[in-house]
Design a binder for this molecule. Structure first.
Ligand code: MG
Length: 371
């Protein structure tokens, strides 16, 4: 079997409502997603999606993904789609970096591999661990009362684990948000306070020490850099989840060596694909870290691809996964793929591969084709 062609689509995915994070520094209203279909001589096709969370969250943007795909497509044409590890190395040699473009292509290769095997992707990643993955809510920054109300609304949709966005220069406001959420949260629910890099180390230490007696949850990416997070970790008692400062396997190794956290978010688009994310996942399992396995953003396709990896991650190392598609206006495959069903995602009974495919009439005219 040979790769005979690649087709690329651009698709704008509006959010249901504007999304603020990092203490109100960053605002998002739509995602610029790129879908890729790899076609083969055997007739099988594989799908992938590259989707940053806007242009300001991390160093990636939709136009950059599509430009990188023009350089990466010739690397794959004519090759065996089953040579996934070798093709990842060939892409890295042809174009260093550009993880979101490679993530779309790598997902499409895995989609073909699953279809060839006649198996859902999670079986190729080691098999299901448990019956489903808990879903994480996403609670936008607001007043303490607003955030508690959003958590109550999420609970009505089945969510039992929550990601509450905090972080800003006003130390008292953040302490008030955390104390209000802790007071309102039932004992059997979990919360992560996601700072999205908004604190400098001195502020992080003050807030975390002030709530050390009451806050049960994780603190996520308190500061901009790995160095700064390591300073905070050395002077606070709560577990720290790392996210935006981790881009490569080496970043995770460095974070672990320096005890900069006890867990991390692993996201195929940020790390350059399912292949590289699985390597990171296996390392994190080996060192005893806990993980949220999910993607940076995108449609139900990106969510489902990441959830195959989440489902095959040991239960003791796996925290809840967030679903980007729940925040989008458009849904091309209602009820298919990774869906929140009473606070859990289940992938049993799925078709082979990633098992969600965007319809061409939903995608519109291709942005590029490579033959
Ligand atoms: Mg985060």
């Amino acid at each position: 079997m040979k790769i005979t062609g690649l087709t690329v689509w651009q698709k704008t995915l509006p959010l249901k409502k504007p999304y603020w994070l990092s203490g109100g520094r960053l605002k998002f209203e739509a995602l610029d997603s790129t879908f890729v279909r790899i076609e083969t001589s055997g007739g099988l096709v594989g799908w992938g999606e590259g989707c940053p969370w806007g242009e300001t969250y991390l160093p990636a943007f939709g136009g950059g993904i599509r430009a990188a795909l023009a350089l990466l497509a010739p690397v794959l044409l004519g090759e065996n789609p089953g040579d996934i590890e070798r093709l990842n190395r060939a892409m890295d040699q042809a174009l260093p970096g550009h993880p979101y473009a490679k993530a779309a292509l790598d997902a499409a290769l895995w989609d073909i591999a699953g279809k060839r095997a006649g198996a859902p992707l999670f079986e190729l990643f080691g098999g299901a661990e448990g019956e489903g993955v808990a879903v994480n809510s996403s609670i936008s920054t607001g007043t303490p009362e607003e955030m508690v109300a959003l958590i109550n609304a999420a609970r009505a949709q089945g969510y039992r684990t929550h990601s509450a966005k905090v972080g800003g220069a006003d130390i008292a406001a953040d302490i008030a948000r955390i104390e209000a959420i802790e007071a309102a949260l039932p004992a059997d629910e979990h919360v992560t306070y996601d700072v999205n890099r908004a604190w400098v180390p001195g502020v992080a230490i003050q807030v975390m020490q002030a709530v050390s007696g009451s806050a049960r949850g994780w603190f996520e990416q308190p500061c901009e850099t790995l160095d700064q997070c390591a300073v905070v970790a050395a002077q606070t008692t709560q577990p720290i989840m790392l996210d935006e400062c981790l881009h490569t396997f080496g970043d995770h190794l460095e974070a672990w060596k320096r005890s900069a956290g006890q867990g991390c978010k692993i996201k195929p688009n940020r790390l350059g694909g399912l292949t590289k994310t699985r390597q990171v996942r296996d390392f994190c399992v080996a060192v005893g870290w806990q993980m949220h396995v999910e993607d940076v953003g995108g449609s139900v396709f990106a969510d489902t691809a990441a959830l195959h990896l989440a489902l095959s991650t040991p239960v003791e190392n796996r925290l809840a996964s967030w679903l980007s598609h729940a925040h989008l206006v458009d849904d091309f495959a209602p009820d298919e793929g990774a869906r929140n069903r009473g606070g859990m995602v289940r992938l049993d009974g799925q078709r082979p591969g990633i098992a969600v495919e965007p319809p061409e009439d939903w995608l519109g005219q291709p942005a590029a084709t490579y033959r």
